[in-house]
Design a protein around this ligand. Structure first.
Ligand code: 4AD
Ligand code: MG
Length: 454
């Protein structure tokens, strides 16, 4: 007999004479003549209740079917007298793998900190099961959004020689022993310095300037020493890049994208979204509904600084024109002042990377950040500098190696076009739609400073 997923069994329209499910025991209660088993196979938040009468084949092992053990059940799907619609009246049960009392998930209600220390087992809990099913669903929604708009998914390299953001926060890729003497890039695998990518943007731009609209979606790496709830050393980024598009076209796509993801979550009927609304963040549904239905505010950097200066709000870092916004500033704007998502644009050129397009004021560049309540910055993007002379000027001014970027500059040499794009932090997106507050709880195996377990 073929295995039925618990979620399909629970969604059945009719009773079924023969059904087989398999999963892990959440709880078991015994009485004299029968036992109740709650079985979860990870296909849904909900478990299925199994009634196993004493004496059916396999019942001799019932005492070994402890919390955490794996079992297979054959039986009939029947209407349940309890609060759930269906249960299984077992005709046979089989212990697959036992689970002694050392199993760490005996009881409910462990702290996230403890569960992070057992990251290999935490997907078996309600919260993490819901988070990782949602992560998969939202990844699919990301592809849907772009493919429906004729964007081409480009797999930009993970190993690269460039530093897109110019922040020097790279993990080096080398085959040389760090303890050995006489190290030289000459002897290294690539014959020159190489690192894990901080962003697929630069390579993405070359494809946008050939295929029109493209996006990347993959892992990125940053060796920034920020131990916050919103930073990881390894995270996933979605980076669309659009030819023949300016900053305003860029903002339009970014806003439509966030709305599409909010709508996807609001339409979720798996039970996972409901779980987040009930147990993780009571304000989640209302927030996503607002985001889906109302236009985002667009506010220039200069206006944003002005608003903060006039607000009377106390900031740890007092705002001034020219500063890089901190999380407290972002959250003030989106949570306190506008109370909705805000797109801040036209930032001072000094605080932004070399590739952003210089505005006519000669002071600002066409950067834009999307800030959302609860998270702060979720998207960073810009229109790119398409004028060769200005771009080369930036590269020189910042002391970058001009020769290393010849291929990037070629886009400006041969058929240069206005183009723009942005990067979405995928984990921040998942935090945003689940209400989960710590990035460590939406990554299967979070990598943060001094932490590379599993
Ligand atoms: O603002 P960032 O640095 O922009 C770029 O990398 C551009 N190259 C994107 C582009 O224009 N194609 O990063 C983009 C987003 C941020 O808004 C944030 O959501 C996320 O990536 N992000 C991180 N997420 C988790 N951990 C970190 N350490 C992150 N750093 C950035
Ligand atoms: Mg940014």
């Amino acid at each position: 007999m073929q295995r039925t997923l618990v979620k399909h069994a629970l969604a059945s329209e009719t009773p079924q004479d023969a059904i087989l499910v398999a999963g892990w025991v959440r709880t078991r209660r015994d009485s004299k003549a029968f036992s109740f088993l709650e079985i979860n196979d990870g296909s849904s938040l909900a478990s299925i209740q199994v009634v196993a009468d004493a004496g059916i084949p396999g019942y001799e092992d019932i005492s070994k079917m402890t919390t955490g053990s794996s079992v297979q059940v054959e039986g009939r799907l029947v209407e349940s007298p309890g609060k759930q619609k269906w249960e299984i009246q077992a005709t046979a049960v089989q212990l697959i793998g036992g689970s002694p009392e050392t199993y760490p998930l005996q009881k409910k209600g462990h702290s996230p900190e403890f569960l992070r220390s057992i990251a290999h087992l935490r997907p078996r809990t309600n919260l993490y099961g819901a988070v990782f099913r949602t992560r998969s669903r939202i990844a699919a929604a990301v592809h849907q959004f772009f493919l429906a708009r004729d964007f081409v998914w480009v797999h930009t390299p993970i190993i690269t020689a460039s530093d897109c953001e110019g922040a020097g926060e790279m993990f080096h890729v080398t085959t040389l022993d760090p303890m050995a003497d006489n190290k030289s890039y000459e002897n290294d695998f690539f014959g020159k310095p190489a690192n894990l990518t901080v962003s697929g943007q630069l390579e993405g731009e070359t494809f946008a300037c050939a295929l029109g609209n493209i996006y990347t979606f993959g892992p990125t790496f940053r060796a920034e020493n920020s131990n916050t709830t919103r930073h990881a050393a390894e995270f996933w980024m979605i980076e669309p890049e659009m030819a023949f598009t300016d900053l305003y076209g860029d903002m339009d796509i970014a806003e439509a994208f966030i709305k599409h993801i909010a709508d996807t979550m609001l339409a979720d009927e798996s039970g996972d979204f409901e779980f987040f609304c009930k147990f993780v963040d009571k304000g989640l549904r209302a927030r996503l509904e607002e985001i889906s239905s109302k236009p985002f505010v667009r506010c220039s950097y200069t206006e944003a600084i002005d608003i903060m200066l006039k607000s009377g709000q106390k900031f740890e870092y007092p705002p001034y024109w020219g500063m890089d916004m901190q999380s407290e500033h972002e959250r003030f704007l989106t949570e306190k002042h506008f109370k909705c998502p805000v797109i801040v644009y036209n930032y001072p050129k000094e605080i932004k990377p070399f590739y952003m397009r210089l505005n006519d004021d000669d002071k600002t560049v066409t950067a834009m950040d999307v800030l959302v309540p609860g998270i702060g910055e979720i998207i960073g993007g810009s229109q790119r500098e398409e004028r060769l002379d200005i771009l080369e000027g930036n590269i020189e001014r910042l002391g970058m190696d001009k020769d290393a970027y010849y291929w990037y500059n070629d886009l400006r040499r041969y058929g240069s076009v206005p183009h723009a794009g942005f990067g979405v932090g995928f984990e921040r997106l998942i935090m945003f739609v689940t209400g989960v507050q710590n990035i460590r709880d939406v990554l299967p195996y979070p990598r943060t400073p001094r932490n590379c377990e599993f």
